[in-house]
Design a protein around this ligand. Structure first.
Ligand code: ZN
Length: 133
């Protein structure tokens, strides 16, 4: 069985890590047996990552993004819409993650949370969750 579920995310900052773990846990809670969800963002300036939800670490990750791909660099794409840094970071982070589940529970490690990564907000965004069972 394969099915897709969509939900919306509203970002408030240009670059932001938004924890979507609880929403995903809720969607998986009705599923029995073993399966896999793919969490996909249909955007070129956003991403999905899995890591620890700790305020200092989230700042460290955002600060490292800025060191790797500075917002105010000269990029060719900026002639068009001034967001090349967001596209480049999206390429590095990638736009999907697969997570296994069993009997209504995501098989995440103790310190793992799932984040929607906003790279060119604030914007109205979509997340597509595909269930494989
Ligand atoms: Zn662009």
């Amino acid at each position: 069985m394969i099915k897709n579920i969509y939900f919306d995310v509203e970002s408030r900052k240009r670059r932001e890590l938004i924890d979507i773990t609880e929403k995903l846990k809720e969607l998986v809670s009705k599923e029995d047996g073993s399966g896999l969800i793919n969490v996909f963002v249909p955007h070129t300036t956003a991403g999905i990552l899995i890591n620890e939800n700790e305020e200092g670490l989230k700042n460290d990750i955002l600060n490292t993004f800025e060191k790797l791909v500075p917002e105010n660099e000269k990029y060719e794409h900026n002639i068009i819409d001034n967001n090349a840094d967001a596209h480049i970071l999206s390429v590095i982070i990638k736009n999907n993650s697969c997570i296994p589940f069993f009997d209504g529970k995501l098989l995440l490690g103790t310190w793992q949370s799932i984040f929607f990564v906003e790279l060119d907000g604030p914007r109205h965004r979509k997340v597509i969750v595909t269930f494989f069972k």
